[in-house]
Design a binder for this molecule. Structure first.
Ligand code: SF4
Length: 64
């Protein structure tokens, strides 16, 4: 099962992950992304990878 985590110290709040994978990421009240899940459903795995690759600061860590 894929796991996902946001390194919140690295996140600059660009919002890309939330646009790409709204079921997985959300900007919180501080404007920093948080992962909405710990384990990624199979049908969301591609979105998780896309978000991770699109993050400008490589703040999204994926464990496969
Ligand atoms: S794409 Fe990266 S920098 Fe942008 S909000 Fe998401 S985690 Fe933060």
């Amino acid at each position: 099962m894929m796991k996902v985590k946001v390194n919140r110290d690295a996140c600059i709040g660009c919002g890309a992950c939330q646009v790409i994978a709204p079921n997985l990421f959300e900007l919180d009240e501080e404007g920093i992304s948080k992962a909405l899940v710990d384990e990624v459903e199979e049908q969301e795995e591609d979105n998780a990878r896309d978000a991770s690759e699109s993050c400008p600061t490589a703040a999204i860590e994926i464990e496969e």
